[in-house]
Design a protein around this ligand. Structure first.
Ligand code: SAM
Length: 290
């Protein structure tokens, strides 16, 4: 490949040649900007000893750049119509493997072990389909995949939630989960005009660098995430009220007492709690299970 799939001219050519029609329901917005592609690939810190797992290659704009920067690329595409197109475009690339499937359903741990054997590190690099961004991210994090980075293009508003510090209206369970598993940073913001067809929202590239271990001590991880979800369940309610919904009405007093015993005012809102405070609360609750 010539390295130009991600240009307006070549993308138009490929789409015309194969008679491809976009499926909005699959989040098909193809990137046609060499600068943005370079920023994504640079952020992933690839090299000949590294692997890149791509989710949703489309017609391969990013795949092609990854093939030049990494030792090996595996790209998972759900849309069956794109498989023969990708197979043909990447036939000359010995280090690219196209996988037909749903990224949400595949066993990614096994896929990584099989397709990237012998490589030093693997990163996920993707321009994600926006209708499933959060489930895909949560799966990548919760499955504890052996990844170095997750570099993803997402809606700008999701990027803000992923990287939000405590206290603001963007801070929610996604922010807590991201920070628990990784160190997040925004690489760049991306206008809607660099996609074909243009989506209705602007985007941003986010890089997550996975942590070797969580930044807080949590005795029961399932309890930690239950408490986090409960705390944000009704954003206008106090922590005490949201915890009561988790524990049951008969434990209202206890809910307030437990948070007070962690030095957390039960009248606060969930969105003001730091990771450390959520951990303290969850550890306390793990001693007094619901
Ligand atoms: N990577 C290409 C680019 O940057 O131009 C295309 C990105 S497009 C935003 C998202 C791609 O993800 C589409 O090709 C779509 O068919 C694919 N897709 C949607 N849902 C998927 C899923 N659950 N698993 C794998 N791929 C999916």
């Amino acid at each position: 490949p010539a390295g130009d799939i991600g240009t307006p001219k070549r993308t138009r050519e490929i789409i015309a040649r194969y008679g491809f029609t976009f499926r909005k329901a699959l989040g098909q917005n193809f990137l046609v900007d060499a600068n943005v592609l370079r920023k994504i690939v640079d952020a992933a810190e690839l090299g000949p000893s590294k692997g890149a797992l791509e989710i949703g290659p489309g017609i391969g704009a990013l795949t092609e750049q990854l093939a030049m920067a990494a030792g090996k690329v595996a790209a998972i595409e759900l849309d069956r119509r794109l498989i023969p197109i990708l197979e043909e475009l990447f036939a000359p690339c010995a280090n690219v493997e196209i996988v037909h499937g749903d990224a949400l359903k595949l066993d990614l741990k096994q896929l990584i072990a099989e397709r990237f054997a012998g490589l030093e590190r693997v990163s996920v690099v993707a321009n994600l389909p926006y209708y499933v961004t959060t489930p895909i991210l949560m799966k990548l994090l919760e499955d504890r995949l052996p990844l170095e980075h997750i570099v993803v293009m997402v809606q700008k508003e999701v990027a803000e939630r992923m990287t939000a510090p405590p206290g603001g209206k963007e801070y929610g369970s996604l922010s807590v989960a991201v920070r628990y598993f990784a160190e997040p940073e925004v690489v760049c913001t991306v206008p809607r005009t660099v996609f074909v067809p243009p989506p209705n929202v602007d985007s941003a590239v986010v890089r997550l660098t996975l942590r070797a271990r969580p930044p807080v001590d949590v005795t029961d991880e399932a309890m930690f995430f239950r408490v986090v979800h409960a705390a944000f369940a009704q954003r206008r309610k106090t922590l005490a009220n949201n915890l009561t919904a988790l524990l049951g009405k008969e434990r209202r007093q206890e809910a307030a007492a437990l948070s007070a015993s962690c030095g957390i005012d039960p009248g606060r809102r969930g969105e003001t709690l730091s990771l450390e405070e959520f951990a303290a609360l969850a550890n306390k609750l793990a001693e007094h299970p619901a």
